[in-house]
Design a protein around this ligand. Structure first.
Ligand code: DGP
Length: 212
C-alpha cells in the first residue's frame, strides 16, 4: 500500500506574531511523536530568485512592485516539485508564510487589488490548514522595535492585517485563527491540536489546488 501523504500546514500572521518560533516548536513536537515533519519558509532566500528577493527586502536593491510580486510567487512555484515529493513521501510540511502573505503584502501597496495579487499563486498546493496568528498592532509594538527591512513599519503592517482579514473570509481555505497574545506554550498547544487534526484529514484526502 502507498504511504499516506503528509499534511501541508501553513502559519501566517503579521510580523512579530511568533510564526517562526511556533513553526520550529511544531516540527519538533511532531517529530518527537514519531510523525515525519519538516519546516519550510517563504521567501526561501537560498535560491537564485530568493536572493533577488532578499536584496530587495534588505533595501540593497529596488525592484518594480509588480515585478517583485511575481518573484515572490515564482519563489513559491519553484519549490512546488520538492514540496509535492516530500508530501507524497508522508512528510508533513510546516510552512512559515505562503501565498497569503504574498497577496496581503502586495495588495497593501497603493494601486494593487487583492484579486490581481492572488492570481499568480492560483493552483499552488493547497494547505490542509492555515493558522493565522492574530496579534493586534498595539501588542505587536509591545514586542519590540521592527527591524530595518522593507515593510517593517506599523502603518504598513496595519494595512497588511486588513488584507489578511479579507483573505480569511474565503471559505475555500481552512483558516484557523490563533490568539497569539497567549504565552508561547499555550499558542503551541493550540497549533499542535489543529495540526494533528489536519494530519489525520490529509491521510484520506488528495492534495488540493489553492484558489481554484
Ligand atoms: P520573513 O522572512 O518571514 O520576515 O518575510 C520577509 C518579509 O517579506 C516580511 O515582511 C513579509 C514579506 N513577504 C513575505 N512573502 C511575501 C510575498 O509573497 N510578497 C510580498 N510582497 N511580501 C512578502
Amino acid at each position: 500500500m502507498a504511504c499516506k501523504r503528509g499534511a501541508l500546514i501553513v502559519l501566517e500572521g503579521v510580523d512579530k506574531a511568533g510564526k517562526t518560533t511556533q513553526c520550529h516548536k511544531l516540527v519538533q513536537a511532531l517529530q518527537r511523536s514519531g510523525r515525519p515533519a519538516e519546516m519550510m519558509r517563504f521567501p526561501d532566500r537560498t535560491t537564485t530568485i530568493g536572493q533577488l528577493i532578499s536584496a530587495y527586502l534588505e533595501k540593497k536593491s529596488d525592484l518594480e512592485d509588480h515585478t517583485v510580486h511575481l518573484l515572490f510567487s515564482a519563489n513559491r512555484w519553484e519549490l512546488v516539485p520538492l514540496m509535492k515529493k516530500k508530501l507524497e513521501q508522508g512528510i508533513t510540511l510546516v510552512v512559515d508564510r505562503y501565498a497569503f502573505s504574498g497577496a496581503a503584502f502586495t495588495s497593501a501597496k497603493p494601486g494593487f487589488s487583492l484579486d490581481w495579487c492572488m492570481k499568480p499563486d492560483m493552483g499552488l498546493p493547497k494547505p490542509d490548514v492555515v493558522m493565522f496568528l492574530q496579534l493586534s498592532p498595539t501588542e505587536a509594538a509591545l514586542r519590540g522595535q521592527f527591524g530595518e527591512e522593507r515593510y517593517e513599519n506599523s502603518v504598513f503592517q496595519r494595512a497588511v492585517l486588513q488584507k489578511f482579514e479579507q483573505l480569511m473570509k474565503d471559505p475555500s481555505v481552512n483558516w484557523k485563527v490563533i490568539d497569539a497574545s497567549q504565552n508561547v506554550e499555550d499558542v503551541h498547544m493550540n497549533i499542535k491540536n489543529h495540526s494533528l487534526k489536519a494530519i489525520t484529514t490529509a491521510e484520506s484526502q488528495p492534495l488540493g489546488e489553492l484558489w481554484q
